[in-house]
Design a protein around this ligand. Structure first.
Ligand SMILES: *Cc1c(COP(=O)(O)O)cnc(C)c1O
Length: 474
């Protein structure tokens, strides 16, 4: 028995072509025009190793091996193609979470995309003053707009807001004390913790007050000759409700002035407009925080601002000047693609209709009536599928802003609730996710719920296609 099997193994191994033999085949030679020789070689070796392993484990008899060898080139071609297909792909966000951290946060506005398309493959005057023909600074284009949006202020752009905070603390408070309320020592999603960032910056954290109450005297008592900064941190992703007290920015600024200590707010969201018309009454804008007297404000470019990933530092000229000469800036500065997209995004605010041009704000301001109209049209179309295995109904629900901003805000919306006598909600959700154009939806009370607030109207057709496939049981 044993001998027969080892003889079989021997015969199987002998059916395998060598790497060189395969490389000499015309079909493989043809692949060299699309893939590097090393990449092909590597994959051939891996394929042969897989088959050898199968033979040694007795999983493939000579008959099976012969078949495998015949299909080897096709298998190779498929492998090569698969390995080079991009891992990052487009998805349809049907979760209703507008700034979805796992799905890429803010979508860029069309004008930003245009700029990237036009200039990312060409030379540009990134750090070059055309008039003088000399080297210049890369912050100029954004700074020009920031000084229009916030007169008298200047800015620096870092790679993200975490880097922005690190850079400011390191510049203004290395080896010195920074006073922060205990109620604001937060962890923002993705493990951004103020105490840890502060430690890395070399600043010394001086906590004051308690989790729910911090008063002006608490800050005042903590001030010493070693104090370099008073820091307020936006409680981005949580709220302490009930018996609470915190110090208003105006009071903190007055205190800072009396002692000659600058005041910074890590704002996070980068909101630039009045959000109260959209049912968000308590989220101040960058402009409001600056008007209250904050000397430095930091925020993300890809939260409510609706631009590219970046960390924008806006503040008093003298402070920004210091930040600009910190060598750490060289390590955390933004790249040219960021500047291109950020400049275009800020221009939209000066044009004055950001709720139309900036996708985040557009989604935020979409009316329930519009969402209901689109949902009804989709449901109507799905009803026409004969023998459908799906039940789809209109439901009331709420969308979220996400991205660790305005955590308590619930935007009223209309959902399409999907269930089926054939599939569980998990199965429906998985089938939607596993399409070549994945649809990401939430599960709520045994139903898959689809929120059109974050689905672009131009994606409705594709969504209908996805649901029809499911309804027909494809
Ligand atoms: C989101 C957020 C950060 C981190 O910003 P990133 O752009 O993700 O680096 C820091 N602070 C606050 C208050 C935030 O909301």
């Amino acid at each position: 028995m044993k001998n027969a099997s080892s003889a079989n193994h021997e015969r199987s191994y002998r059916l395998l072509p060598s790497v060189d033999q395969l490389m000499e085949k015309d079909e493989v030679k043809g692949l060299i025009s699309n893939y590097s020789r090393e990449f092909i070689l590597h994959n051939i070796r891996e394929l042969l190793a897989v088959i050898r392993e199968e033979i040694s484990q007795g999983k493939a008899d000579p008959q099976g091996v012969k078949k495998r060898v015949e299909g080897l080139i096709d298998e190779l071609r498929q492998r090569l193609e698969e390995q080079l297909s991009p891992t990052l792909r487009r998805v349809i966000n049907a979760t209703g979470v507008i700034i979805h951290t796992n799905l890429g946060r803010a979508l860029l506005c069309p004008s930003a995309v245009e700029r990237l398309q036009e200039l990312s493959c060409r030379y540009l005057n990134l750090e070059f003053f055309l008039e003088e023909g000399k080297r210049g600074g890369r912050d100029l284009p954004v700074e020009r707009l920031i000084s229009r949006l916030f007169p008298g202020k200047s800015c620096v752009v870092a790679n993200n807001n975490a880097a922005a905070v690190l850079l400011v603390l390191n510049t203004l408070a290395e080896g010195k004390e920074v006073i922060v309320s205990r109620g604001e020592l937060v962890e923002i999603g993705g493990s951004f913790r103020i105490p840890e960032v502060m430690e890395k910056s070399g600043a010394i954290l001086k906590e004051v007050g308690t989790t729910n109450k911090t008063r002006l005297q608490d800050y005042e008592k903590a001030i010493s000759p070693h104090t370099a900064l008073l820091l307020a941190v936006h409680q981005s992703n949580f709220r302490i409700l009930g018996f609470t007290e915190s110090v208003r920015m105006e009071e903190l600024v007055a205190l800072g002035r009396r002692h000659g200590i600058p005041v910074m707010e890590d704002m996070g969201s980068g909101n630039m407009v009045d959000l109260s018309p959209y049912g968000i009454p308590d989220e101040p804008s960058v402009g409001e925080i600056l008007a209250r007297g904050a000397n430095i404000v930091t925020f993300s470019g890809d939260k409510l601002l609706g631009g590219p990933q970046s960390g924008v530092i806006v503040g008093d000229r003298a402070l920004i000047k210091k930040i600009k000469v910190n060598p750490l800036l060289r390590a955390v500065r933004a790249g040219k693609l960021t500047y291109l997209a950020l400049e275009a995004t800020l221009v939209e605010y000066l044009k004055g209709r950001p709720e139309v041009s900036i996708p985040v704000l557009k989604m935020l301001s979409t009316s329930v009536a519009e969402l209901q109209g689109r949902a009804e049209a989709i449901i109507e179309e799905l009803r026409r599928v004969k023998g459908s295995s799906l039940n789809v109904e209109l439901m009331e629900g709420v969308s979220k802003v996400g991205g660790g901003t305005v955590p308590l805000v619930e935007l009223p919306t209309r959902l399409m609730g999907v269930n089926s006598p054939r599939y569980t909600a998990d199965t429906i959700s998985r089938k939607l996710r596993m399409r070549s154009l994945p649809v990401i939806a939430r599960i709520q009370e045994e139903k898959v719920v689809i929120d059109l607030r974050t689905v672009l109207p131009s994606e409705d057709r594709e969504l209908i296609k996805a649901l029809k496939e499911l309804a027909r049981g494809d």
